[in-house]
Ligand binder design. Structure first.
Ligand code: IVH
Length: 753
């Protein structure tokens, strides 16, 4: 019996190692999460029963323990070197020339190029294939022993090789790598902090460092850390001759490797690719601060030796800094077309990556509070790619006590209406649809190229038209006539004629374009198309939104008096009350597909101790609301917040008036009949990336006309990624998910078949 258990423990450990590797390193799991949990649970139970059979590298060890309360210092087996920096092409060429002078005449240098990960350096030791120690870099000679914490990182193999068919374990292996947060994991972590009302983490790098130095490794285990391995510090029992071959071998052993390492025979070719890496920087899953160049031939690298703490055989090519510290002087307020209030930091000008920055986004007031940013603070500013510079967070240690709290204003600075913060939103809004600032922004957006595209109607014209009282809202544009326009300064006959012609053309824009031009928060062209694919006219959409709105009002009216008398409010009751008062956001998405609404609702409301007839009334109203909401809420790709934005927008009397005026003026509000050319792509989902021979929208129309679907991001459901010239990271994602990547010609061939 116990022998069987010992065998089963070994089997389960082995299987789980494989599944963890397939999931976290290869991105290609072969079992469901539930199945994984079941195997894990079985192993844990057996190990509890037979602790002696627990293997030292058991996957159950990854959940952490609080045994390692502090970190003893441990010596590294060899000095953990750092890298000299290069900042431009000239530095790189000088580096090569210096190296060539040190090597025998006629030597040729080939290079491996890899992204330089912006994380925390770690050194991991394997003895006979088993992870025995992990340490931070420390001072290069001594590091902190963080073995228990590193063991919780799923992409770090506890035993190598993970797949013994590929190679065998070296007697002893010491590798070096970087621990970091993928950008999406870091965002998720901060979302969680927000949800719990806790302060936000400032950047992935420092947070990775903090996570790895947790006293209780169960805390580390909760963070979604990743580790990549890029270097061998020491190996016994194996001869390595090139860097490139080393990377391949590490990969075979089962380490998580940086994808896209490249090898070059000449420095020239390598240098040519650097601008491309700078562009790709923001598409990568993790943050990088440059590229690492390493001499490929390890004998040459050894011969080149070390200066100080830097090996001559490798160099870090640093990208221009993206962060800088400066002082926040003031906060100005912008009000957008949706009424959203955005705070902007006014800064002491600072030079970041070649540009002087004097203002930066502060996102929203919740974020200001969460990060505890104050007037007068020194703040870290990030300027990355095309993104508007933004404030990452304050440098709290630089405070002198003269700083003061930043609060949202009570009133809209443009129309003095009281600002509101809708349920579930982080932003504040000016709710007044006739706020002059909102009207201006709405009209500017409405006529812009991405929206109704009315040529000849720039911001100055809009301003003049508003001032003359010729327009007050979007719909008025379609009622403009020649005579009053001719009175305006600078408006000659030809100009008026052209403007009226472009207004007239705009009336027949496709329904989805009209919808996307209305400035509904979150409804851009993709969401608008999704909606107009499912609602044939603005009238139907309006009707659905109004039905939902009425059903929601009815629901809250029924629920409110039932909650009012509840005494002894605690956090649990408050949560229930919140859900009942915001049913579209909180209840509809939860119960949309519930076939046991009564019992689930019963469980939720139990702490309220309602009478059966009260319960029944709530249940009936909720069922009605769900039925009303289904046509909108069940659209795939439309989250509850967006659905609610749409409902609220259409329920607004001002918006209804604008729509009805536009309708009367003859603006198109009906989806065209879909022309179906064929059904050869029926049931298939495509993602488009890169430049095609024709605009991407045309390719999208072609796919749809043949029964296929086009979505924005790659997932397991994607059938093909169609890649044009200079495709983006979607191709990488496709390869990771085993999704076929095809060319535009391949797509056309699929249709022709
Ligand atoms: S190789 C002997 N490769 O950058 C050189 N380092 O500024 C071994 N780093 O301390 C390092 N990404 O922590 C190497 N792909 C990469 C790297 C990388 C990030 C870090 C490493 C090092 C620092 C030097």
């Amino acid at each position: 019996m116990s022998l069987d258990s010992q065998q089963r423990i070994a089997d389960l450990s082995e299987q789980l190692h494989q599944h963890i590797y397939r999931y976290f390193v290869l991105n290609a799991p072969t079992i469901s999460d539930a199945e994984y949990d079941r195997l894990f649970q079985e192993l844990r139970e057996l190990e509890t029963q037979y602790p002696d059979f627990t293997l030292p590298d058991s996957p159950t060890q990854r959940v952490g323990s609080d045994l390692a309360a502090d970190f003893p210092k441990v010596p590294h087996p060899a000095p953990i070197l750092s890298l000299a920096n290069a900042f431009d092409e000239g530095d790189l060429r000088a580096w090569e020339e210096r190296n060539l002078r040190l090597l025998p005449a006629g030597a040729q240098l080939a290079y491996v190029l890899q992204p330089k990960l912006d994380g925390l350096s770690i050194v991991i030791t394997y003895e006979e294939g088993v992870l025995t120690r992990a340490a931070t870099r420390g001072n290069g000679e001594l590091g902190d022993d963080v073995t228990a914490n590193v063991k919780t990182i799923p992409s770090v193999p506890l035993r190598i090789p993970v797949d013994s068919d590929l190679c065998s374990a070296p007697e002893r292996l010491v590798v070096r790598g970087e621990v970091l947060f993928h950008k999406d994991s870091f965002e998720a972590l901060n979302k969680e902090q927000t949800a719990q009302g806790l302060p936000l983490y400032v950047n992935p790098r420092n947070t990775a460092s903090g996570s790895l130095k947790q006293k209780d490794s169960r805390e580390t285990a909760k963070r979604e850390l990743t580790a990549y391995i890029y270097n061998v510090v020491d190996s016994r029992g194996i001869e390595l001759t090139s860097e490139w071959q080393t990377l391949q071998w590490l990969k075979d052993l089962g380490f998580n490797m940086i994808a896209d390492a490249q090898v070059f025979d000449h420095l020239d070719e390598l240098i040519e690719t650097l601008p491309r890496w700078l562009e790709r920087r923001n598409e990568l899953a993790y943050e990088i601060d440059g590229m690492v160049l390493k001499v490929d031939n390890l004998a040459q690298a050894r011969e080149l030796g070390v200066v100080g703490k830097d090996p001559r055989g490798a160099v870090a090519y640093k990208f221009p800094a993206e962060e800088a510290i400066t002082q926040l002087i003031d906060v100005t307020i912008n009000v957008g077309r949706t009424g959203k209030v955005t705070p902007t930091a006014q800064l002491v000008p600072v030079f970041i990556g070649g540009v002087t920055v004097s203002n930066a986004s502060l996102h929203n007031f919740d974020q200001i509070a969460a990060l505890d940013i104050r007037f007068g603070d020194h703040v870290v500013i990030k300027r990355s790619g095309d993104v508007i510079p933004y404030v990452i967070g304050p440098v709290a240690s630089a405070r002198d006590g003269g700083e003061s709290t930043i609060l949202p204003p009570d009133e809209c600075p443009f129309c003095a209406t009281r600002l509101i913060q809708p349920a579930g939103a982080v932003d504040w809004f000016c709710p007044n649809p006739t706020c002059p600032e909102r009207v201006m922004r709405t009209l500017e957006f409405f006529v812009s190229r991405g929206a109704m595209d009315i040529e000849g109607m720039g911001p100055q014209t809009i301003d003049a038209l508003i001032k003359e009282g010729l327009i007050q809202d979007e719909a008025d544009i379609f009622y403009l006539t020649a005579e009053p326009l001719l009175q305006l300064e600078g408006f000659a006959e030809k100009k008026v004629e052209n403007l009226l012609a472009s207004i007239s053309t705009a009336k027949s824009r496709p329904f989805s374009q009209v919808l996307a031009s209305m400035g509904i928060d979150g409804v851009g062209s993709t969401v608008a198309s999704l909606i107009t694919d499912n609602f044939e006219s603005m009238g139907r959409l309006l009707e659905t939104a109004q039905t939902i709105s009425a059903a929601e009002n009815k629901f809250t009216e029924v629920a409110r008096p039932l909650i009012a008398p509840v005494e002894n409010r605690d956090a649990e009751i408050d949560k229930i009350v919140h859900r009942l008062m915001h049913p579209n956001l909180e209840l509809v998405p939860r119960y949309l597909d519930a076939d046991d609404l009564a019992s689930r609702l019963g469980r939720l409301l139990k702490p309220l101790s309602l009478f059966p007839d009260e319960m029944k009334r709530i249940e009936i109203c909720l069922a009605e609301l769900i039925a009303a909401a289904r046509p909108l809420h069940a659209l795939e790709g439309l989250g509850p917040i967006l659905a609610q934005n749409i409902v609220v927008w259409f329920a607004d009397a001002h918006h209804q008036k604008v729509l009805s005026k536009m309708f009367d003026a003859g603006v198109n509000m009906r989806a065209e009949e879909k022309t179906v050319a064929g059904s050869s792509l029926e049931g298939q989902t495509f993602v488009l990336t890169g430049t095609m021979s024709v605009p991407r929208d045309d390719i999208k129309a072609l796919v749809e006309a043949n029964g296929g679907k086009v979505t924005g991001s790659v997932s397991k459901k994607t059938s093909y990624v169609v890649a044009g010239d200079s495709p983006g990271s979607k191709v990488d994602k496709a390869l990771k998910n085993n999704v076929s990547v095809i060319s535009e010609d391949d797509l056309r061939a699929l249709i022709a078949d």
